[in-house]
Every structure is written in structure tokens, then in C-alpha cells.
Design a protein around this ligand. Structure first.
Ligand SMILES: [Zn+2]
Length: 261
């Protein structure tokens, strides 16, 4: 039986965390490996973004526990620590790149990170290597600015410009992830007008085959999440893996079994 709902996991940096903020948005190599192992042991099966899209369009059936792994921003740590683990499992993944900062650092994080730390991003050689080994690359704007704060010219530059820039680098891209997950109708229209075929949000939940192509849902997986928490999140389709969320989940299941849902 094909899956009716597919969760998309969102990771950011993989590596060492140096403060509380980083511990949330960066996962240690060891914990990332534990996460993947826990998913495998629970019979989850990573699928490629192309298979996910084919499923969304009703052109492909996917296993019941299919899920998609996504990485935002393009950190070098994904090449160093996550890719070897994924390769071992033959698990594909998708990465959303900041096109103007390839081979540089995440300068946009300076203002968010309490200590102003910035970290290296993938270069073209690494991207080309990963593209041969299971990774798909798509767009995450040119400079990682909050699109909702931009004037029309800058908005076009960050969307259309991102697609053009990645194309020039030999990275054809079809899908987009909104920086900070921030967008409204205006930004969504700009992403569509730029020629992207779908966009990923940070709205939690499962994706069903009727999910809006420009509001694809993702679960935020933190560096502080244990494997147990990850399994709760992916099972519940929620960023909230706490007991109250479980109670709601079981109540819903019970109601539907009793024909009350
Ligand atoms: Zn980002």
C-alpha cells in the first residue's frame, strides 16, 4: 500500500555546537548517525525529492514509511559528516543552497548567533561530488535574506537570481526553500514567477497528496533532539513530541476507529 502522508525532515548544520543557539540548529555527527540508525531500525525509508514530487503528482507509489531528508543552507559539515552516513544506507537527500555564498560562509547568521560565529559552506567541487552520490540541490535564495522584508527588485534578485546563479554553476534547480520559512502570498508568487515548481516551508505536519506545492510542510529537527524525540516527531508529524501531543494523536486514532473522527 502506498504512503498517504510523507514527512519531510529539516536539518541545518552538522558539526560542533558552541552555544545554546547552535545546539538547536546544529547536530553533532554522532547524533546525526544515531538519528539515521533509529529511522532505519524503525523501518523508515528515505526517498529522493524527485520521487517525493512524483508521489505528490500521483505518478508514483511510495512505501508506507517513506520520508524525505532536507538540509537547509548548504553547510560543509553535511559533506563531512552526514553524507558518509547517508551513503552507507543508500539514502538520498536534498539540500537547499544559498547561491551567492557557495564556497563561503553563512554570513547571514552573524546577527542571529549570540556569539556571531559563522561556518563554512559547500564549494562547487563538493556539491558536484555529492550530486553524484545521492544528493539533489535546489534553491534557498541568493543571500538568505528574509524575503518578506524586500522591495520588488530585491525580491526578484533573491528568487529569479538564485535560480539563474545556480544554473550558471551547473546546478539546475527546480525547487525552493523560503529563508527562515518566511513568506506570504507576495513571496510565494515571486518564487512561482521565478520558475520554481514547488517550495518548502517550515510549517510542521505531514504532507498529503493534496498539499499546496508552494507550502510543503517540514518538521524541524534540532541538534538537541534525541533519537526517541525524532521518532516521536516523525510519527506524530509534529515539532512537538511531548506526551500531550501523543495523547491527542491516540485520541484521534481511537475516534477514527470508532467512526467518530
Ligand atoms: Zn536557511
Amino acid at each position: 500500500m502506498s504512503s498517504e502522508r510523507i514527512p519531510v525532515l529539516m536539518y541545518h548544520r552538522v558539526g560542533d555546537a558552541h552555544n545554546m543557539w547552535e545546539r538547536k540548529y546544529c547536530i553533532s555527527p554522532q547524533r546525526f548517525a544515531e538519528h539515521m540508525k533509529a529511522l532505519l531500525q524503525s523501518n523508515w525509508q528515505a526517498v529522493s525529492i524527485d520521487d517525493f514530487m512524483a508521489w505528490r503528482h500521483g505518478n508514483k507509489a511510495l512505501p508506507k514509511k517513506a520520508f524525505l531528508i532536507s538540509f537547509d543552507d548548504g553547510f560543509k559539515g553535511v559533506y563531512e559528516y552526514a553524507w558518509p552516513v547517508l551513503r552507507q544506507y543508500h539514502w538520498p537527500a536534498v539540500m537547499f543552497l544559498v547561491s551567492n555564498l557557495i564556497g563561503q560562509k553563512d554570513t547571514w547568521s552573524k546577527n542571529e548567533n549570540p556569539e556571531g560565529n559563522i561556518y563554512p559552506l559547500l564549494n562547487r567541487t563538493e556539491i558536484a561530488e555529492m550530486a553524484q552520490g545521492g544528493f539533489s540541490f535546489h534553491g534557498h535564495s541568493r543571500n538568505h535574506r528574509d524575503l518578506t522584508t524586500l522591495n520588488e527588485t530585491d525580491l526578484i534578485n533573491e528568487t529569479e537570481g538564485c535560480k539563474a546563479e545556480l544554473n550558471l554553476l551547473g546546478i539546475p534547480c527546480r525547487y525552493f526553500a523560503y529563508p527562515y520559512g518566511r513568506f506570504s502570498e507576495r513571496e510565494m508568487s515571486a518564487v512561482k514567477a521565478a520558475g520554481f515548481e514547488a517550495a518548502f516551508s517550515v510549517q510542521p505536519g505531514f504532507n498529503r497528496t493534496d498539499v499546496d506545492m508552494f507550502r510543503i510542510r517540514r518538521l524541524d529537527i534540532f541538534g538537541t533532539d534525541t533519537s526517541a524525540m525524532l521518532l516521536k516527531k516523525i510519527t506524530l508529524g509534529s515539532n512537538d513530541g511531548r506526551l500531550s501531543a501523543w495523547a491527542k494523536y491516540y485520541l484521534k486514532q481511537l475516534q477514527s476507529r470508532l467512526g467518530l473522527g
